[in-house]
Design a protein around this ligand. Structure first.
Ligand code: FES
Ligand code: FES
Length: 163
């Protein structure tokens, strides 16, 4: 018997798409394996590491546990969707400048979580940054430079808005 398919209308990185998805597909599978957006990483597959985070309707979520068939009418943004005119955006650049990237595996998920934070709270305290990144594991950096990167981005965004 053919596997059941579901029609889903979803906007991904600003592009509206009509997709046929299978029952077992996760959002992570959809973006990485079907759409080829490999910036989103597969870490644990069990909702524990945050490497697979994407924005769904502006909220940072672990895409490895979201069924693709539930995406009808939603707006998804992956790390690829955050660049601005082909350049790194302020947050991405701040990760580079603050030395917050070592192996880089956790970085897209970190940046997705930090994006959701800064949209909601443009001037977060260190504690608020740490809390927002609570669900993102990094095996390399010890988090210090990651927290610094988010604070640096917040600073630069403020300057840009006031400049
Ligand atoms: S791969 Fe989704 S939380 Fe780890
Ligand atoms: S930089 Fe390697 S896991 Fe975070």
């Amino acid at each position: 018997m053919a596997e059941e398919e579901f029609s889903v209308n979803v906007t991904i990185n600003g592009t509206p798409m009509s997709l046929q998805v299978r029952r077992k597909w996760t959002l992570l599978y959809l973006v990485r394996e079907v759409l080829g957006l490999t910036g989103t990483k597969y870490g644990c597959g069990t909702n524990d590491c945050g490497a697979c985070k994407v924005l769904v309707d502006g909220k940072a979520v672990n895409s490895c546990v979201i069924p693709a068939k539930n995406l009808d009418g939603k707006c998804v943004v992956t790390i690829e969707g955050l660049q601005e005119n082909g350049q790194l955006n302020i947050l991405q650049q701040a990760f580079v400048d603050a030395g917050a990237i070592q192996c880089g595996f956790c970085t897209p998920g970190m940046i997705i979580s930090a994006t959701a934070l800064l949209r909601e709270n443009p001037d977060p305290s260190e504690e608020e940054i740490r809390k927002a990144l609570d669900g993102n594991l990094c095996r390399c950096t010890g988090y210090v430079n990651i927290v610094k990167a988010v604070a640096l981005a917040a600073e630069r965004m403020k300057e840009q808005n006031h400049g």
